[in-house]
Design a protein around this ligand. Structure first.
Ligand SMILES: Cc1ncc(C[n+]2csc(CCOP(=O)(O)OP(=O)(O)O)c2C)c(N)n1
Ligand SMILES: [Mg+2]
Length: 903
């Protein structure tokens, strides 16, 4: 019985406590808040912040575990009282924006009126119009102002950017008509931002999601690099990246966000259009993408500005003394917010405001219609203006603006806020009329049926305003042009020593490249323009001497004493350092490569990037960025180090690259080489600099370099042209009159194996074999097809002969090729040869082993070159099959060994 009073007390407490406690809590909270208000009024925000910090410390010292949060409440970061007035005329700007909206939608609708619709997107720009228009009218600096801003436009918003350019008079109606019809005479408008297709307009391709943000980050850092190294005067140019909220799921979009915070890149602004939707549906139906992004960016050290609510919410928030509204705003998940966007005001009243009678009370003076029309931050110019203003004024960190919008804003029944909206390409007449009315476009119902483009008179207020704003801000954007002067010539001195060979000393092509790079860095004309880029692999390539020679770039310099300070080649970081050491980050390195390789256009500085990386982690890993580099008309050299499937020993399946040269084939303006000797590298790089920086060709280069060492021969007479075209005869046979003849083709580190085979074939089998170095199957392949195509189109003219045919048509004997890459490379030139080509290559997964064992495994060493040659001779009836059988035994080849291509 003694326990009963306690139980009774607990029950009583349970029964009455909640109500009393709640009141007590509320009073207590109010008292604290009032104290805080007092401090805020008397001492200002800084004092409040200090007090809160001290309170937190005190609480922690007394054992209070405070929950971690990187989030702020679900309201605008900039409160109504902090806002500045917006300069200019909001009314005129709204009308301009409406015209852009109309034309953007009209061009997509028209493109899809025909039976065979050609696609396009309406809803992305519809949600982002205010984000862009405030930028165009107030912030985006054109290239005639200082250095101008670098802007990465969201790819799917392209129709809006064209629609504005049309109003600005930069493109005409025919262009709009030819949106997405890029093969039309005079050129259409490219579906998305593509500098390759519109080199006078777009600067950066951004439509492969995630690549825009990472390229923007490294662009902002590259601007600092140019300034710190004195290659460009300091300017206030900024990098803007417009990104979709769905796009932030791409690893590249968020994967590099710690770098700009670490490097204090306050010249970088991300604007994330948070319409809460992606293609299929909500980005985070059951969560809040904005809060998730806020936490990620704040955690990384960014200045985060949330722009969630339009001006109509300000008076309500001012009334929200108990924080009920803020709490309600913060507890709704995105899927539900999307539902409110498509529902009536009555629905919103019931479901959002109806959660608490006090909330309902707050909006009782508003009609359902007024409730429905309460705007979101991303659609309110004053909110966006203030966010941009705060962003450009912020110092010491990059800024991200999280702007809440509605996808397909203004489309109404045609798709506003609906899950289908991303794919919406058509609007019926009724929908178009509603759109016209909503945005006040002066078109009659009859006009609307034709969906005409609309452009006000040249002397209208809107046109004058729009042009005046762009003039004041330094000209039209986007606008791309080559802003650099071509180099006068390429010095030959740095290249000369490589033509002589190494006089018997062994060297690898990697060592040769590094030595050449080091000489180029010392060259008085080219030296300062060279930008070595490396993803934590410099020691692998023997480049550490460059650390000391030119330093590793770091804006902060070196604020510590490096552990190897007393050694000759210490790890030297410097604010004017030249090497971009990007850490284990091929995507970031390639983004730097793009920034440096397009600097001739973006900044008018002819920087020459040399990006050296583990070749297997190039095309295979970051192929889409390489595609973007090609589209961007990037110049420079990519060096695939430790390449080849059998030349890199002991690394195995994931590292050994037998693929990259094949993966390089489809990149149209990439010239790729698999050089074997020092002089080949020298000739290729010298000519590459000429083509890109003297002749201004929009090409870039890929060279593989290896770490196997062998003596580098002197350059034979007259082979330069062949090196560049992809094939030359390295060594003719000493037995030209032999009855048995062969042509042996080799590349890269496999070429010495072919030379060895030549010697044995001559001495042991009486086969007179010539050896050819194939520096580029890719170039031979392209030339072959170009000739075939020309011949098809000019049947009556003298046929063009592919270069490879010119070389080999008259060469006697069987044809054999050996490569450290897949057999598809030699196979790709087979049709232009006089007889079938026997191809040896390294199809299959890599293995960890010694070089000799690997070449046996993949069947590409000298013995297989001999066997392939003898097999071809036997096939042609020149020798007996028993000779081949005998050779198999002599060279201890196991004919029953597993096929490396499939094992
Ligand atoms: C790498 C890549 N994957 C997929 C796509 C196809 N795609 C184009 S737009 C889109 C949805 C975009 O959503 P979001 O980023 O939120 O942009 P919004 O249109 O909503 O502004 C997708 C999946 C693409 N362009 N790039
Ligand atoms: Mg989206």
């Amino acid at each position: 019985m003694s326990g009963w009073p306690i139980v009774e007390r607990i029950l009583t407490l349970r029964y009455i406590a909640p109500k009393d406690q709640a009141e007590l809590d509320a009073t207590e909270t109010r008292e604290w808040l009032e104290s805080l208000d007092y401090v805020l009024q008397s001492g200002g925000p800084a004092k409040v912040a200090r007090l809160l910090r001290e309170l937190t410390v005190h609480a922690r010292q007394n054992g209070v575990k405070l929950p971690f949060t990187a989030n702020t409440p679900y309201i605008n970061t900039i409160s109504a009282d902090e806002q500045s007035l917006m300069p200019g005329s909001p009314d005129v700007e709204r009308r301009i924006k409406s015209f852009v909206r109309w034309n953007a939608a009209a061009m997509v609708v028209r493109a899809n009126k025909a039976e065979e619709g050609i696609g396009g997107h309406i809803s992305t720009y519809a949600s982002a119009a205010t984000l862009y228009e405030v930028g165009f009218n107030h912030f985006f600096q054109g290239h005639e102002q200082g250095d101008g801003d670098v802007i990465f436009f969201q790819g799917h918003a392209a129709p809006g950017i064209y629609a504005r350019a049309y109003l600005e008079g930069r493109i005409d109606e025919t262009h709009l008509e030819n949106f997405r019809r890029e093969t039309r005479p005079g050129g259409g408008l490219s579906s998305y931002p593509h500098p390759w297709l519109m080199p006078g307009f777009w600067e950066f391709p951004s439509v492969s999601m995630g690549l825009g943000p990472i390229m923007a980050i490294y662009q902002a850092r590259f601007i600092r690099y140019l300034e710190d190294r004195g290659l460009k005067p300091k300017s206030n140019s900024r990098v803007w990246a417009f990104i979709g909220d769905g796009e932030t799921d791409e690893p590249e979009a968020l994967g590099a966000i710690t770098l700009p915070a670490r490097e204090k890149l306050d010249n970088l602004i991300f604007v994330i259009n948070c319409n809460l939707q992606r293609l299929d549906g909500p980005v985070r139906g059951n969560g809040q993408i904005i809060q998730e992004l806020e936490a990620a960016f704040r955690g990384a050290g960014w200045n985060v500005i949330k722009v969630l609510w339009g001006r109509e919410w300000d008076p309500l928030l001012a009334k929200d003394r108990d924080g009920l509204l803020v709490k309600r705003m913060g507890e709704i998940v995105d899927g539900q917010y999307q539902k409110y966007a498509v529902e009536s005001g009555a629905y919103v009243r019931e479901h959002f405001w109806g959660a608490d009678p006090r909330l309902l009370d707050m909006v009782k003076h508003l009609s359902d219609d007024q409730l429905k029309k309460m705007s979101l931050g991303g659609h309110d110019p004053i909110k966006i203006y203030n966010a941009y203003k705060a962003a450009v004024e912020h110092r010491g960190a990059p800024t991200v603006i999280l702007a809440r919008t509605i996808k397909g804003y203004g489309l109404g029944e045609a798709g506003e806020g609906k899950n289908i909206t991303h794919q919406q390409k058509k609007m019926n007449e009724e929908e178009l009329r509603a759109f016209r009315t909503r945005f006040g476009i002066p078109l009659s119902d009859d006009d609307v049926a034709r969906t005409p483009f609309y452009r006000p008179a040249e002397d209208s207020v809107e046109m004058k305003y729009m042009k005046a704003r762009r003039k004041a801000l330094g000209g039209y954007v986007p606008s791309r042009r080559n802003r650099s002067q071509p180099l006068a010539s390429v010095p030959s001195e740095p290249f000369e020593e490589f033509l002589k060979g190494t006089e018997g000393r062994k060297a690898s092509t990697t060592m040769v490249f590094v030595r050449l790079l080091s000489k180029l860095l010392r060259d008085k004309d080219l030296g300062s323009l060279v930008v070595p880029i490396v993803p934590d692999e410099a020691r692998t390539f023997g480049m550490e001497a460059l650390f000391r020679q030119v330093g590793i770039y770091s804006h902060a310099g070196q604020v510590y004493e490096p552990v190897d300070m007393d050694t000759l080649l210490y790890y030297k970081e410097a604010s004017d350092g030249q090497i971009l050491e990007e850490g284990i980050n091929e995507a970031g390195s390639l983004s730097s490569f793009i920034a440096a390789g397009t600097s001739y256009a973006t900044h008018g500085v002819n920087t020459i990037p040399f990006f050296i990386f583990y070749s297997m982690f190039g095309f295979q890993r970051i192929g889409d960025l390489i595609w973007a580099a090609a589209d961007s008309r990037t110049r420079g050299f990519m060096l695939g180090g430790t390449s080849g499937r059998t030349t890199l020993a002991g690394e195995g399946l994931q590292h050994q690259d037998g693929n990259s040269h094949l993966l390089a084939y489809p990149v149209p303006n990439l010239v790729s080489y698999d050089p074997a000797f020092a002089y080949e590298i020298a000739v290729i790089i010298q000519d590459g600099i000429r083509r890109m920086y003297v002749d201004q060709e929009s090409v870039f280069y890929y060279l593989t370099v290896m770490n196997e060492q062998y003596a580098m021969p002197e350059m034979p007479e007259g082979v330069q042209e062949g090196i560049l075209k992809g094939l030359y005869r390295f060594r003719a046979t000493s037995k030209p009159d032999a009855k048995l003849r062969a042509q042996l083709l080799g590349s890269g580190a496999i070429l010495p194996e072919v030379i060895k085979a030549q010697e044995i074939l001559e001495s042991k089998y009486n086969v007179g074999a010539d050896v050819w170095s194939v520096t580029s199957y890719g170039e031979l392949y392209r030339d072959g097809h170009a000739c075939e195509r020309w011949n098809m189109l000019h049947p009556a003219k003298l046929a063009r002969v592919p270069y490879v045919t010119q070389c080999l048509a008259k060469a006697p004997g069987v044809l054999v090729a050996a490569s450290d890459y897949v057999k598809a490379l030699p196979d790709s030139i087979d049709r232009w040869l006089p007889r079938p080509l026997a191809a040896l290559g390294t199809d299959g997964f890599g293995r960890s082993e010694s070089r000799a064992a690997l070449r046996d495994f993949f069947e590409v060493d000298y013995r297989y070159v001999i066997l392939a040659t003898l097999t071809a001779l036997a096939r042609d009836g020149k020798i007996d099959a028993s000779v081949v059988e005998q050779a198999i035994q002599t060279h201890t080849v196991n004919p029953e060994k597993a096929n490396p291509a499939t094992s």
